[in-house]
Design a protein around this ligand. Structure first.
Ligand code: CTP
Ligand code: CA
Length: 223
């Protein structure tokens, strides 16, 4: 990180980032989760701190961070929603990089779910989680910049544009997750989408990418 000889372009800015996949509790020994490593969100938090911002990272993971990054550790989507709402008002730039579980088990069992003698199947009933990004997009004021990701296996740009509009975000960072690409890997290839721009960035390591994304956001926000 120190080898980046960038100006501290985010000095005075407060950046709020979410990272990692959420885990939804099924019973005391089982979770419903996903393949997100937390690398992209943690890289964004570290890059923002290196660029001079005051950073809060709401994360489900324990990856190394710069001392300047404040950590709020969460596990479930509901915990993440609460944490993001708590920090939101004090943030100038908000980036939802977390892979939030779309669904959680409707009921969490207090006891370990046992196999039944009379059945070889188990029905797990799931209910939808709150869309955190959409909620923050609705709440944002004129000076707040809200960004999210779009993980797609098909129709990357079209699907990402729909998310940009539906979630009232300023920026969607679209990445292809076909064949697990983008998840749990050092590199990522993304397209930046705003209401007026579509910029394809090079396939590069997540920290370098984080600097590029933050530089773009800083330029957009200062217009
Ligand atoms: N997101 C969120 N809360 C959710 C689900 C998603 O804040 N409950 C955020 C993600 O952090 C990401 C963006 O919304 O920044 C898009 O997530 P994605 O999974 O690509 O899209 P969804 O809106 O969940 O739609 P789908 O998974 O059906 O494509
Ligand atoms: Ca989703």
């Amino acid at each position: 990180i120190n080898s980046f000889k960038q100006d501290k372009i985010l000095t005075g800015k407060r950046v709020l980032v979410s990272a990692g996949g959420t885990s939804e509790v099924i019973d005391p020994v089982r979770l419903l989760t996903n393949r997100s490593s937390g690398k992209m969100g943690t890289s964004l938090a570290n890059a923002a701190a290196a660029l001079g911002a005051a950073v809060t990272l709401v994360t489900t993971k324990d990856l190394p961070t710069l001392p300047a990054v404040k950590i709020d550790h969460v596990s479930s989507a509901q915990e993440m929603a609460t944490a993001m709402a708590n920090h939101f008002q004090q943030a100038d730039i908000i980036i939802m990089a977390a892979a939030v579980a779309d669904f959680r088990p409707e009921h969490t069992s207090n006891q370990k779910i046992k196999k039944q003698d009379n059945s070889t199947t188990l029905d797990l009933h799931l209910v939808q989680n709150t869309d955190i990004l959409a909620k923050l997009g609705q709440k944002k004021n004129a000076s707040q910049y809200v960004a999210g990701f779009a993980a797609e296996t098909t129709n990357l740009v079209a699907n990402a544009k729909t998310k940009l509009a539906h979630k009232n975000a300023d920026l969607i960072i679209a990445n292809s997750v076909d064949n697990g690409r983008g998840f749990d890997q050092p590199n990522n290839k993304v397209t930046l989408l705003t209401n007026s721009k579509q910029i394809e960035l090079a396939d590069q390591d997540k920290l370098t990418l984080a600097f590029e994304i933050l530089t773009f956001i800083q330029q957009e926000q200062s217009k």
